[in-house]
Design a protein around this ligand. Structure first.
Ligand SMILES: Cc1ncc(COP(=O)(O)O)c(C=O)c1O
Length: 402
């Protein structure tokens, strides 16, 4: 992968006298709009009371947007901390010089991982008493103390101690050496569902656990529950901190949440036309000849494929934008390339830019649209863009069509 630094900051020319940045937009790439990202942080902060902090969820390479650049941008824009899923993701951010608090959402169980967490000053999630004991023992050996974040399972049935055992869990952690209580939190399973019954049930359970803890005189430094959907729709679930992923990247977890904030998509996916040709009627296109022309047509070959993150199950169903107009993708999407029917487009040239996700002129294609076409969620579409696609940061999306 071409790192952000090599994309934007190359100073050495290669022996053919081209800068690396000159070749970055030659095949296919992802454009990351830092202006839109900053706007989304501000828009989300506008929904929060001044005492509620914003934790930016930048796991999975910031949902495919590039973790380091996103982390730096959201922190500059006012986010108060970061969350990642894995130890490796946390180390990547620390190695890039990021000093903000970083919560690891995933489970950590081995002494080797705990040592690395302490070394890199990351903040772990503890999901059960056994894990708390391992952490305490290991950290005591190193003479280290770490803030830990206790996860209660209020209905997601993934990580966490059952909410009704929350008091025992918190009390245990408070007694163990080398651990300080950073926060108590839970995660919502259905916050994007227009029917809020399950979300309200999870909230009741969370409140019940907190009430019990408080009734025993336990001081809770920080409580959190909300993801993007709950941040957008349910201010009573904001507590001390919200953990926001998808909304940062300018997408809405569900259509009914659109009216809650004015978010701007941060990512665009583009590729170039590498060949244009005419084919006669009755010609098969791509592997398996799933598409056969029923008249003479003009096709364009585009240098992006399923190995870049274009789902193969969208073959023959995708549309793309070229020079502000739509074109249909035809035949099976291949690993590195796909074909378009461009019969209706005049003056096309090799090198023309094709927008797969994003805006071109008046037209727009969204990750949400891809998700509904391919029977998945927009989170998976965003995370699906592979490292082979360079991430190019821009201050604002340029107009592709002049
Ligand atoms: C524990 C936890 N909190 C917050 C989030 C952010 O969710 P969203 O992208 O819906 O904002 C995630 C994402 O999966 C998560 O696992």
């Amino acid at each position: 992968m071409l790192s952000q630094e090599s994309v934007l900051g190359v100073v050495t020319k290669n022996r053919y006298n081209y800068y690396l940045s000159d070749i970055i937009r030659q095949r296919a790439w992802v454009e990351i709009n830092l202006g839109a990202l900053t706007h989304n942080v501000q828009e989300i902060k506008g929904l929060l009371s001044p005492k509620t902090a914003l934790m930016a969820v930048v796991k999975a390479d910031a949902y495919g947007h590039g973790a380091i650049t996103v982390a730096q941008t959201v922190l500059n824009a006012g986010a108060n901390g970061l969350a990642v899923a894995t130890l490796g993701e946390g180390i990547e951010l620390r190695e890039a010089g990021i000093t903000a608090p970083i919560l690891i959402l995933g489970a950590i169980n081995t002494p080797e991982e705990i040592a690395a967490i302490a070394h890199w000053k990351l903040e772990p999630t503890l999901c059960n008493p056994q894990q708390a004991l391992i952490f305490s023992q290991t950290l005591s050996q190193f003479g280290e103390t770490l803030p830990v974040h206790l996860k209660l399972d209020t209905g997601m049935s993934r990580l966490g101690t059952p909410w009704h055992q929350g008091t025992e869990f918190v009390k245990l952690v408070q007694q163990l050496p080398s651990l300080t209580l950073g926060s108590v939190y839970s995660h919502l399973a259905t916050a994007d569902d227009p029917d809020s019954t399950q979300m309200r049930l999870q909230h009741r359970r969370f409140k019940q656990a907190i009430t019990e803890l408080k009734s025993q005189g336990i001081k809770l430094p920080c409580l959190h529950l909300a993801n993007s959907a709950a941040t957008l729709i349910a201010p009573n679930l904001h507590y001390d901190l919200v953990r926001v992923g998808l909304a940062l990247y300018g997408l809405y977890p569900a259509p009914h949440l659109r009216s809650q904030a004015m978010l701007k998509p941060v990512l665009q996916v583009k590729a170039k036309i590498t060949q244009i040709k005419n084919i006669p009627s009755g010609t098969g296109v791509s592997y398996g000849h799933q598409f056969v022309s029923d008249r003479p047509i003009k096709i364009a070959v585009v240098s992006i494929g399923y190995a870049d993150g274009v789902p193969r199950n969208l073959s023959n169903r995708l549309q793309v934008l070229i020079r502000g107009q739509r074109a249909c993708q035809i035949g099976a999407i291949t690993m590195d390339q796909l074909m378009l029917d461009v019969t209706h487009l005049r003056n096309l040239q090799v090198g023309d830019i094709v927008t797969l996700i994003g805006k071109d002129g008046q037209q727009e294609i969204t990750a949400d649209h891809w998700a509904s076409l391919s029977g998945t969620i927009s989170w998976e579409i965003l995370c699906g863009f592979k490292h082979r696609l360079p991430r190019v940061s821009v201050e604002n999306f340029e107009k592709t069509t002049d």
